[in-house]
Ligand binder design. Structure first.
Ligand code: LLP
Length: 436
């Protein structure tokens, strides 16, 4: 997929760059991003809205992968940006991202974070709860600013990977409950506030979702309420933000829709609902994270030790693991992989790929068909672009790998490899003179 192919040496090539040469130059483990594919995904979302003639904002959910260079691409492609913390906001500002296109999320934004958002004049705050509603008004008053907000609601729909279940009473830490009157109370407070400009409603039903049923049910539930609010409170939203969550194909067992299909189906439903209730078609905002960057990322590892458990399995260990990709350990996530230096060779055995962390659960891939691999062969694990680097950690004091962007035969290092010095950067020695 993307610009990946096999070159005449039988090596995996991405963005016109031989991944073996990149591994030799930058070391392993190494995250490689196919920038061309990120741009293609970004344009795909934007063009779908344009073709349907619907006013929209496509906000990249930067939690999926937030670095200065990534944010610069998001800016070049004209997307908006979803941030969920002071750190993500700081990264966006460090990349000179236009603040008016930033949407600030989070279920427990601190006073400092909200002040930071108002100082930078971020485009919109997605208010999650009553505590925040109060705090934000307080800060807005002292800043003498009118703040654009969306109210995050939980529509009472839980989306699961393949499935969705309806829950009458949504049990979630996020948002105002739509069914029990919380959302309406928040709306009333916001409408009465002189320092809040309530643009509309937000909901996000889950992640790695393969069909549009959950989105459609959420839209229906929200419109039922919007109609009440229109008739009873004379409130009509300018914006309906339906969040992110569009699934991608990690393995052949995953069957996501094409990204544009999610958008067109959702819009079709919103148009029907708006018409049915005699309301203006709102602007539709979405927040894709995984579906914008997930399949653009590939991780290259070097194979080291192996262990046979006779008649049970063969373990092959790589030089990374749950420190650079915690998703298999945390969510039993599945990935596909090949030997990057011998892509065309037929699989001869089934192996299980172990990480190097001191934890039995640090297994990257179970039962992977591979050619007979030796130590020093390189393993390419696909679709690691979302929630890989962004969830990386220093467990076992393993330095985090670097990130390289490739595009049209050129490579750029956009995050350098952490060093052992970085591992102790924040450590302070004991001072024996200090009495506790
Ligand atoms: N908007 C909101 C409000 C969200 O909470 C999220 C993800 C997104 C957008 C983007 O969702 P996406 O399009 O990426 O599915 N760490 C997990 C995923 C956590 C998603 C959290 N919220 C994983 O690695 O699968």
């Amino acid at each position: 997929h993307g610009t990946s192919k096999v070159n005449e040496k039988g090596h995996l090539e991405i963005g016109g760059m031989d991944t073996i040469e990149l591994a030799n130059k930058f070391g392993t483990p190494l995250y490689i991003y196919d920038v061309d594919l990120i741009r293609k995904r970004a344009r795909g979302f934007k063009e779908t809205f344009e073709q349907l003639g619907v006013k929209a904002q496509v906000a990249y959910a930067s939690k999926a992968f937030s670095t200065v260079a990534m944010i610069q691409i998001v800016e070049q492609e004209g997307l908006s940006l979803d941030v969920v913390s002071g750190g993500e906001l700081f990264t966006a500002m460090a990349a000179d991202f236009p603040a008016e296109r930033i949407h600030f999320h989070g279920n427990n934004k601190s006073r400092e974070e909200l002040e930071m958002a108002l100082t930078h004049n971020v485009g919109c705050i997605v208010v999650d709860n009553f505590y925040e509603l109060n705090l934000l008004q307080d800060i807005a008053l002292s800043f003498e600013k009118k703040v654009k907000i969306l109210l995050r609601v939980t529509p009472g729909i839980e989306a699961h990977t393949h499935d969705y279940i309806l829950t009458g009473q949504e049990d979630s830490k996020f948002g105002f409950d739509l069914q029990n009157g919380q959302a309406e109370e928040a709306l009333k407070i916001s409408m009465e506030s002189s320092c809040l400009d309530i643009l509309g409603i937000h909901c996000h039903i889950g992640s790695q979702i393969f069909d549009t049923t959950g989105f459609i049910l959420a839209a229906q539930k929200i419109f039922t309420k919007l109609y009440d609010w229109k008739t009873q409170l004379s409130y009509e939203p300018v914006v309906l933000n339906l969040g992110g969550g569009f699934g991608i194909r990690y393995t052949e067992n995953d069957e996501p829709l094409p990204p544009s299909k999610y958008v067109s189906e959702i819009i079709k439903e919103v148009k029907i609902q708006a018409e049915e209730y005699g309301m203006e078609m709102p602007e539709i905002w979405i927040e894709p994270g995984r579906s914008l960057v997930g399949d653009s990322g590939t991780t290259i590892y070097k194979i080291g030790s192996s262990k046979d458990v006779p008649e049970v399995r063969k373990y092959l260990a790589i030089d990374g693991g749950m420190s650079d990709n915690i998703r298999p350990a945390l969510y039993q996530a599945n990935y596909e992989a090949v030997l990057a230096n011998r892509v065309m060779e037929q699989p001869e055995e089934t192996v299980s790929i172990a990480g190097k962390c001191c934890e039995s659960g640090d297994m990257l891939i179970w039962d992977l068909p591979l050619p007979k691999a030796d130590s020093d062969d390189l393993l390419a694990v696909f679709c690691t672009g979302a929630y890989g680097y962004s969830m990386a950690n220093n467990y076992n004091r393993i330095p985090r790998p670097p990130v390289v962007f490739v595009e049209q035969g050129a490579s750029t290092l956009v995050v350098r490899r952490e060093t052992f010095e970085d591992m102790v950067r924040l450590d302070l020695p004991m001072n024996e003179k200090v009495k506790y």
